[in-house]
Structure formats: C-alpha cells, structure tokens
Design a protein around this ligand. Sequence first.
Ligand code: ADX
Length: 205
Amino acid sequence: MTKEAAPVSKNIVWHHGKLTDDQREVKLGQKGVVIWFTGLSGSGKSTVAREVELALVENGKNAFVLDGDNIRHGLNNNLGFSPEDRKENIRRIAEVAKLFSQSNVIALTAFISPYKADRDTVRALLPAGQFIEVFCDASVEACEARDAKGLYKKARAGQIPEFTGISAPYEAPEKPELVLETGGKESVEQSTMKVLKLLQEKGIV
Ligand code: ADX
C-alpha cells in the first residue's frame, strides 16, 4: 500500500486467526481470488461478471459480484467521479475484495477503474496470482451505440460532467490477464466461457 494509506489510528495491533490459509482452503474446498473487470461504462463488465458468478455458484463455488453502480448506493455513497473520488472508490473496493478473497470467495469486481495506477495499486495489494485483470475491450463508439442506461446521450448533452470516454479518460490495461472482445466481436456466452476457462487453467476452479 502507499504511504498515505497508513492508518491514522495509533495503538492498534494485528490479530491472527487460528487457521492457516492452506487449512482454510482445504476445509472450504476453494481458493479465493479477485477477478477485476475493467472497461468503459456499458462495456459489459457487470453482464459478464454476473454470468460467471451464476456459473460458479451453480457449480457449488462461492462467488460474488461487487458492482460499481451498486456499491455507490451504499459503502461508497459519499463518492463522486473526480479522479480523487474514483481513486478512493477503487481503494475501498480493493480492500473489500481482498477480504472476500481471504475468506476464499471468488470476488468478481465490475468497476470502470479508469486509471492504470489505481488498478496497479490493487494488484500490489493482493498476493501474487490473486489479482486477475479482465479487460472488457469495447470502444466508446460501441458502448455509445448500445447506451443501455442512456448515460452517453446525457454526457454528450453536457448533463454528466467527467463522464468516462467522453469528458474523462480511460486508460486501457497494458498486460491484463484476459481481454474480452465485448464490443460486438464475441457474445456474452463466449466471454463468460473465456473467464471460466482461465479460472480452470489457473487451478482456481
Ligand atoms: S469508477 O470510475 O469509479 O470505477 P464505477 O464503476 O464506480 O466508476 O461507476 C461507474 C458507473 O457509474 C457507470 O457505469 C455509470 O452507470 C455511472 N456513472 C455516473 N456518472 C458517471 C461518470 N461521470 N463517469 C462514469 N460513470 C458514471
């Protein structure tokens, strides 16, 4: 973690549990991991994450989606879309996803997470191999043509400031673990299968 994240509280002591990570994994029969979907609004992050979640849970695995729009209704309801607020949004989600992963849940996160530095901070927060970056590669044009939430229309009309892809940047990952062609080249089913295949290859399921 970065220095600025050092706790402001003094006199706090880390407390260890009675189980090792290995014991927990054997008893629960699954490994925890964070599958970090990133991409523009409307690029299919939540859609694919929900399909993967369904497939995993139907297969007896504990998987759970953390979704940007949803989390902004609760835990992060005091954050907007300035670069600072997006950074804090991702920092909190990273900590939550880490807790999920430590409890051996397969955490699927669906946040635009537009800044490379913020995503790299999440990667560094997690043990090696437990951060799987999945880039939902759909262009602004493709997302705008879909415009499922009608937000691109509003953003073009100047009604949404700092809208990613229109008036705020999106920095595509350089070396994601997986790229999904969610702009139209592949179907939701194909994207879902690619994620599940990767999880199998990595011995997670
Ligand atoms: S992030 O950039 O901080 O990672 P997050 O994933 O939590 O964003 O939230 C993005 C969602 O908020 C979008 O899918 C969209 O529904 C909504 N939204 C509202 N305003 C904006 C905006 N200015 N830029 C991007 N998304 C926005």
